[in-house]
Every structure is written in C-alpha cells, then in structure tokens.
Ligand binder design. Structure first.
Ligand code: CA
Ligand code: CA
Length: 539
C-alpha cells in the first residue's frame, strides 16, 4: 500500500500537478498572482564588478587531508556549494565572487603577518592548488579576490630581518627604508628594535611591522606582488587595514590611488575592496583614491544600521543609506558600496539575533545598492561558542550536523552541532536561513537594478517600520519595501507605474508554515509582517 501511495505521489510530482492532489499548502501557482516570481525569473550571470561575494576563511572551510586545517583543495571540493556554474538551477548558494582570507606563508593561523608574498602557506596547499582553484572558480563564472596585507609584513619577513640587522649597526639607509623607523618612541612608533635605540611602527602587534608606503622601493616591491597575482588570474584584492596606511610619510588616499592605478596596468578590470574600519567621513574621503569599494562599517556589524533596523524605523535606515551612497559616489562616480553584516573580526550574528531577525538583517543588506559580502557560515547561522576572542568567529563550517568536521582552531575547542542545522539539513528545509540567503542572492541577480542603481527616491507609509526606496539603474526602476513591523500592511503602490512583483522574503516563516504570500492586486500590495518585497516598474 505504501508503495502504491509513493508511486501516486511520484506521478503527481512528475506531472507538476501537485495542486490536483488536493494539498493546498503546496500550491505553487495560484491564479491570484501570488506565485513566487523568484522561481520563474531567469538569471543572466553578472559580467561586471557587481557581485555577491562569499568570504571564505580557508583554514575553517574544508580540510582535504585530515590534518585539522582547512585548505585550498578543500575549498575546491566545496566550490559547487558556493556556485555550481548553473545560475538557473542546482542547490548552490549562487555567490558569484569569493574573497579568500590570507593564504600566503605566515607563522600565525590567521596569516595576516606575511612572511612571503609570492607563495601559499603549506598549511593551505601549493601554488598549483591555487591555480586549480582559480580555474574551477572561473569555470563557474565566479570571481576570486584575495586578501592582501599591504599595511604591514610579518616580523619574519626577509626585509624586516635585514632591516633589524642593519639598524643594529646603525645603518638606516638600507632595508630600514622599507619600514617606518624612528629614534623616538611615541604612540605609533612604540615597538623597540631589539638591541638598538630604534623603534618601529606596528599598531597591531610586535610581529606586524608597518611598511613605509611612501618609499619607492616598497612600491616597486608591491608592484611585483601585484603583477604576480594578477598575472596568475586573480580578479582583485581585499585590502587589509587601509585605515592604517596613513603615517608620518604617507597620505593614505594618495597611496591607495597609486596602488589602484598600478594594478590596473595588469588587469584593467581589477576589483578592489578596502577595509577602512573608520568613521563614515573618513571612508568617504578614502573613495577619492578611485578604489571600487570600501566596506560599509557604519551599516555592518551587530551595532550597525542593518542589524539595528531589524525591528526599527526602516525609513530612517533608507535615508541614511541614500546619504551614504550619494557621498561615496560624489567622491568616486564608479564607487560600489560594499555591504556586509559580519566578517572574521566580528561576533557571529547568531550570538545576537534569532533566526527570524537574522533573515530580516540579511534582506536589509542584500537588497541595498552595492556588492554584498557574506562571511562563511552566516548563511547557516553559525553561533560562536564564546565571544572571548576572534578565533571563535573562525571555527569550522558545518556541512552536516550528523558528521561534524574535525577542523581545529588554536585556542578553540572542537565545534558542536549547529542549532539551525548544517548545510545539508538546511537545504532540505524550505524556510531555512540558508534558503533565505539563496533566495536573496537570486533576487539580486534577477534584478540588476538593486545592486547597480542609485537610490532615486525614498518611500514611506503610515507604519514607520514599513518603508523603502526606489533604485534607478539607467532608467530602469525597482521598488524595495521592508516591513519590519509585526503587523501586516496593505499598501498602495503608486510611486512606480504598472508595478510587477519580483520577489519577497518573509523573515517569520518557520518550517511548514501557514504561508501567507505577498499579493499584488493592481496597485494594492498586501505584505505580511516581517517581509521584504521587490517590485519592478513597467512603463
Ligand atoms: Ca588540511
Ligand atoms: Ca546554481
């Protein structure tokens, strides 16, 4: 009997006549226009710099050889999860860009103190592994940017070791010129060169001496590094610690401008995003360098505008977003905002938000103009076991709750099962956080106006927790509405002509919910509580 039922069910599935089986919940395409457009709209893969970047912390992602450290072959083995190369099918995340955390030889596990800029750390693999990763990513239409640390080197870098040797003999005009050296100690020049009366600049730690970015020799060296990686096929860089580029010799905007133009010689389409963890005003200023993107720290992190607007005044958030976007584009007409919620230096979102709010926050940043950056594991809501150190935000990716990874991070106990499930579990749950991310990425790709448009108009309604904005991309306009309120809304959509429903995300939906989809009837839009909607103007 069971077999006959399975057979009948299979017939229903195959013929796509699920509705005819009498199961109303599974009706995908009711006649009232509330079918989910995301399922039917086609995706044209991006050919420009507007991307959905996925930040891969290599050591935590996937360990291919069982030594307890994630590695490049491991990343390659999981590329199909990030993007399987079919933009219109598969159960991949759909990200079309990858930011790889530092991978050059370094004595630390995080590898932000580089010893050798021309190789891969043996923990992670070889240059051949990296070539293979690039090839496989490019095959899938995925751009790869690598973390590049130009503010400082490791204290075991050949040039720094030579500089220290020379300084011990009082020689200042050799390798010491590559670094910022002083005979007087102050707030920044506070690391003594052992056995000498010299000090070096090292704001982060003793093992991270700051490069002298104004010295011609440093710039020649940086050009060699840049040429090496770009000629390999790298698509760009995530530049570390841009805020610290400024020193007594160096104007950070000038240096960054030089670096960007120099890199364009080797790849005219190079993409760069800088980490300028600073006040918005200083970030605006840094855009004058011509760099494509700088992370939007004002909106990111758990104290940023996106997270704090989860239950808040969306109109205020939209206004600030418009102001921010206008400012950066005033300083660089080609600026691409870089929105994110967390990265490897920040508390995991699941430590601060429940699943529903996590989804709402995801909708707020992913439906904002610019590029979206997702830190690995945030799409499945990994929760840190402790917030006592950064290492806890860099723990193993959970692929399967029933088969936990053996990856170990120094100072962190092995990982537990993820409360929301691993990738495998969440893929099978229609309304999981992972599927919310997959849907949001699709919506961004199906509607190029979201990432590429300017915020042309702010839109408000009676309930101040429900508001939005219109983005305009070469005259094509979409309206993005977030209902962060706990109440359903009935809205009149008269700010764009002939509105067409393009997608939505309901943050409140749990597994097997009584789904109340978004409905558009003429110009009347019904939006459930805690839901984001995208509509397109038709002329
Ligand atoms: Ca390994
Ligand atoms: Ca796919």
């Amino acid at each position: 009997m069971k077999r006959i039922l399975s057979f009948l069910l299979a017939i229903c599935l195959i013929t796509g006549l699920l509705a005819a089986c009498g199961d109303k919940k599974n009706t995908e395409k009711p006649a009232d226009g509330s079918a989910d457009p995301v399922e039917t709209l086609k995706i044209e893969p991006s050919t420009d710099k507007y991307r959905n970047y996925y930040q891969v912390w290599i050591g935590a992602f996937c360990d291919s050889n069982g030594d307890g450290i994630g590695d490049l072959p491991g990343v390659i083995s999981k590329l199909d999860y990030i993007n399987d190369g079919d933009p219109n099918g598969g159960d991949d995340l759909g990200a079309d860009g990858i930011w790889l955390s530092p991978m050059m030889p370094s004595k630390s596990y995080h590898k932000y103190n580089v010893r050798d800029y021309f190789d891969i750390d043996p923990d992670f693999g070889t240059l051949e592994d990296f070539d293979k990763l690039l090839e496989e990513a490019h095959k899938r239409g995925v751009k790869v940017i690598i973390d590049l640390v130009l503010n400082h080197s490791g204290d075991d870098h050949e040039f720094f070791l030579k500089a220290c040797d020379e300084l011990s003999e009082g020689k200042e005009d050799g390798y010491a010129r590559y670094y910022n050296i002083s005979k007087t100690s102050d707030n920044t020049y506070n690391r003594p060169v052992m056995g000498t009366d010299y000090y070096y600049e090292g704001p982060f730690s003793t093992d991270m001496p700051d490069w002298n970015l104004s010295y011609e020799g440093t710039r020649e060296y940086f050009e060699k590094i840049t040429k090496f990686w770009l000629e390999k096929g790298v698509d760009g860089f995530r530049l570390d610690a841009v805020k610290y580029f400024a020193d007594k010799n160096t104007d950070a905007v000038e240096f960054l401008g030089w670096f960007y133009k120099m890199a364009q010689k080797y790849n005219p389409d190079v993409y760069m995003v800088g980490e300028d963890w600073d006040e918005a005003g200083n970030v605006y200023e840094m855009y004058k360098s011509g760099i494509d993107s700088l992370f939007n720290f004002k909106f990111g992190d758990t104290a940023g505008e996106f997270v704090s607007s989860c239950h808040g005044m969306i109109g205020d958030m939209a206004k600030k977003l418009q102001k921010y976007d206008n400012h950066i584009k005033e300083n660089n007409a080609n600026a691409i905002n870089a929105n994110f919620l967390t990265n490897h230096d920040m508390v995991r979102l699941a430590n601060m938000l429940d699943e529903d709010d996590n989804k709402m926050a995801a909708a707020l940043y992913m439906l904002a103009p610019g590029n979206a950056f997702t830190y690995y594991g945030e799409e499945i809501g990994i929760e840190a076991a402790s917030t006592s150190s950064d290492a806890y935000y860099r723990t193993a990716m959970i692929w399967d709750n029933d088969d936990l990874p053996k990856i170990t991070v120094p100072g962190v106990p092995s990982v537990d099962a993820n409360a929301l499930g691993g990738v495998k579990q969440q893929l099978g749950q229609k309304h999981s956080l992972l599927n919310a991310y997959r849907k949001l990425i699709k919506i961004r790709q199906q509607n190029p106006e979201i990432a590429r448009g300017n915020i042309a108009e702010l839109v408000s309604f009676d309930d101040k927790k429900c508001a939005g904005y219109i983005t305009d991309y070469n005259g094509s306009r979409v309206l993005i509405i977030h209902n962060a309120s706990d109440a359903a809304q009935e809205l009149t959509i008269d700010m764009i002509s002939n509105p067409e429903l393009r997608g939505w995300l309901n943050a409140d939906l749990a597994e097997t919910p009584n789904e109340e989809p978004v409905k558009l009837d003429g110009t009347t839009l019904s939006v459930p509580a805690r839901t984001s909607v995208v509509l397109k103007e038709n002329k």
